[in-house]
Write a protein that binds this ligand. Structure first.
Ligand code: ATP
Ligand code: MG
Length: 248
């Protein structure tokens, strides 16, 4: 992916009302077992409506961080709060999109996107599904099954499913890494447009430093479970970021 000289219009941090939630981590740590890999202790604050990219070498704790944020793991120390409320477990305001789309193969695209909306009335659910599919450019695909879609389309359905719940925080763990470069670049730009329109707070994990600088307004680099860098994307270059990650 090439890095534009100018950040795309959609990513300009001009004034806009935000609907996303703030996120605060205070001295959060998690170890899978005594003396093993994990994360922390870390402090982190994400402003409502911000777009944070998390980079770092394999095993540096990126997915652990997202699992903690999603409420799938409970911190052994410290606290995580979303919009001032303590995160105690999985919550509809938090949705996680992972590397491989985890769609239900027996459900249609519409059925997959509607999953998790069972508290809504049928007409409300239909409207949400239609809106979410339109956001990801798949309005005509509602009746298809996952196996009838391309990899990029399946990831778009995963994003639509996440957006349909109108989350305050959208978490994405290397969502485009199984895709070819062109599809990845196209989806990254679509995600920026969706972020701008939906005003959701985003935490996006990627291995690709150029992708992090293209998408993020802010970038955090993790190394061995610690925050090695936390900076505005505007102040960073791919070379500078690589330098931080390669420092011993
Ligand atoms: N279920 C688990 N049990 C034990 N250790 C684990 C488990 N999951 C991850 N770890 C360890 O925790 C550390 C952080 O792993 P994590 O998956 O968060 O890294 P990552 O930055 O997402 O890596 P990658 O870029 O390869 O996805 C690593 O040392 C890893 O071996
Ligand atoms: Mg990972």
């Amino acid at each position: 992916m090439t890095i534009p000289m100018e950040r795309p219009a959609a990513a300009q941090p001009t004034t806009r009302a935000v609907a996303g939630s703030s996120l605060t981590l205070e001295q959060v740590s998690y170890r899978y077992s005594k003396g093993s890999g994990g994360l922390g202790p870390i402090d982190l604050h994400v402003e409502p409506g911000d777009f944070l990219c998390v980079v770092g070498p394999s095993g540096s704790g990126k997915s652990t961080l997202l699992s903690l944020l999603a409420g799938f793991l409970r911190p052994q120390q410290g606290r995580i709060s979303l919009g001032g409320q303590l995160v105690r477990g999985p919550h509809p305001q938090l949705t996680l999109v992972q590397q491989e789309s985890a769609l239900f193969p027996w459900l249609t695209v519409g059925g997959n996107v509607a999953f998790g909306l069972n508290k809504l009335s049928r007409p409300e659910r239909e409207t949400r599904v239609a809106e979410a599919l339109q956001l990801v450019g798949l309005s005509g695909f509602k009746q298809r099954r996952p196996h009838e879609l391309s990899g990029g389309q399946r990831q778009r359905v995963s994003i639509a499913r996440a957006l349909a719940t109108k989350p305050g925080l959208l978490l994405l763990d290397e969502p485009f890494s199984a895709l070819d470069i062109q599809t990845r670049t196209g989806l990254a730009d679509e995600l920026l447009a969706i972020w701008w329109e939906q005003k959701v707070t985003v935490v996006f994990v990627t291995h690709h430093l150029d992708e992090a600088l293209h998408l993020g307004r802010r970038v955090v680099a993790l190394k061995a479970g610690q925050i090695a860098l936390d900076a505005s994307a505007r102040e960073l270059t791919v070379g500078g970021l690589r330098g931080v990650l390669e420092q011993g």
